[in-house]
Design a protein around this ligand. Structure first.
Ligand SMILES: NC(=O)c1ccc[n+]([C@@H]2O[C@H](COP(=O)([O-])OP(=O)(O)OC[C@H]3O[C@@H](n4cnc5c(N)ncnc54)[C@H](OP(=O)(O)O)[C@@H]3O)[C@@H](O)[C@H]2O)c1
Length: 320
């Protein structure tokens, strides 16, 4: 059976908004589309407005605590699109959902392939690994329970960020890695299209993995393309991996978790582990055609709505 009654956790987050918009676009193909409204957390006016907009487009708003079983009643599948600090919360949420009869979970992954050598041990993926282990355990315990991993590499629009050492306003970058190292990049809108398409493929086993990649690009190509879009020449410095690892150790000493995560990610990037190994599943959904690097960057810089959805307005609005 395909998965047609869907509850989305984190519907107003960076990637969650893309998924909701795609579900709305294809709503006639689904029985029930719901966005979870976490009553245990404060919501900004912008988030409340966004939820109301979803509701006017036919999305059901399910309100409560994410560990309350009643929230999950009647859904086939939960798509957890939770930010880094909330990924670990999935363990209790999976329990609550399974108790309510949910039989499928899409964990908050949506990035690199965790099975690439070294990624499993990396701090950046720690909570994703914990969640994977828990899902596996749950599937062994609960008849009919399963889960889907969706892997994309990095979202193209999130790649040129200070978090990863790129400063678009200044046309500068400090990259951990080397110019010819390949990055798997997938535009966020395309990533959402693929994710939603997978819901309509009935799972046949408890674990399944889909890999979708928009393209594999070297840093040289990425900076040439960014420069073309911005009308600038990037000043790029390549940094050694050891430097990022040392910074990560210092972040641990001072208890700065976000810096620790950023450094861990830079190490992953600098050792070529953001490249998703082929084969990919793009061909299973030929109607979805990934936009190229230049088109995606251009839209990000020029389209205010896109920048707002991405939450990146302050970073890019004055760039071009
Ligand atoms: N491949 C890539 O390049 C890429 C890029 C971005 C994200 N991702 C992945 O996509 C997933 C979602 O990331 P995102 O950037 O969309 O996340 P996000 O915007 O930071 O957060 C998504 C939602 O998570 C909930 N949340 C955040 N912090 C929380 C906390 N401390 N406690 C409880 N709930 C919290 C919030 O839901 P409520 O509003 O309901 O409270 C929030 O809207 C992650 O797995 C991430 O790794 C991948």
């Amino acid at each position: 059976m395909s998965l047609t009654s869907i509850l989305v956790l984190g519907p107003t987050g960076g990637f969650g908004q893309f998924v909701l918009n795609e579900l709305i676009r294809r709503k006639t193909e689904f029985k029930r589309i719901a966005a979870f409204v976490d009553r245990t957390r404060e919501h900004s006016r912008a988030k409340s407005n966004l939820l109301e907009t979803f509701a006017t487009k036919g999305v059901e708003l399910v309100k409560g605590s994410p560990t309350e079983s009643a929230v999950y009643q009647g859904f086939d599948v939960v798509i957890a699109i939770l930010g880094n600090h909330a990924i670990r919360n999935q363990l209790a949420q999976i329990d609550a959902a399974v108790a309510a009869g949910v039989r499928h979970w899409y964990p908050s992954e949506f990035g690199a392939d965790l099975t690439v050598t070294g990624n499993w041990e990396e701090r950046y993926y720690r909570d994703k690994v914990i969640t994977r282990n828990y899902l596996q355990q749950k599937a062994a315990e609960v008849e009919g329970f399963g889960y889907t991993y969706v892997i994309y590499g990095r979202f193209t629009e999130w790649a040129p960020l200070p978090y990863f050492g790129i400063y678009p306003k200044q046309g500068k970058a400090n990259i951990v890695g080397s110019p010819d190292m390949l990055q798997s990049l997938t535009p966020a809108k395309i990533a959402a299209s693929y994710l939603v398409a997978t819901l309509l493929v009935a799972p046949t086993e408890s674990e399944r993995t889909f890999k979708f990649v928009g393209g594999n690009y070297s840093w040289t190509t990425i900076f040439e393309t960014l420069g073309k879009v911005q009308g600038a020449t990037y000043d790029v410095k390549y940094r050694p991996v050891d430097e990022a690892r040392d910074k990560q150790k210092k972040a641990i000493e001072i208890g700065d978790v976000d810096l620790e995560l950023a450094c861990s990610h830079q190490v992953i990037q600098g050792t070529g582990r953001t490249l998703v190994p082929a084969p990919y599943d793009n061909d299973k959904f030929p109607d979805i055609v990934p936009t190229g690097l230049e088109t995606t960057f251009r839209k990000m810089f020029e389209d205010e709505n896109m920048r707002t959805t991405l939450g990146l307005n302050s970073l890019f609005s004055e760039v071009v």
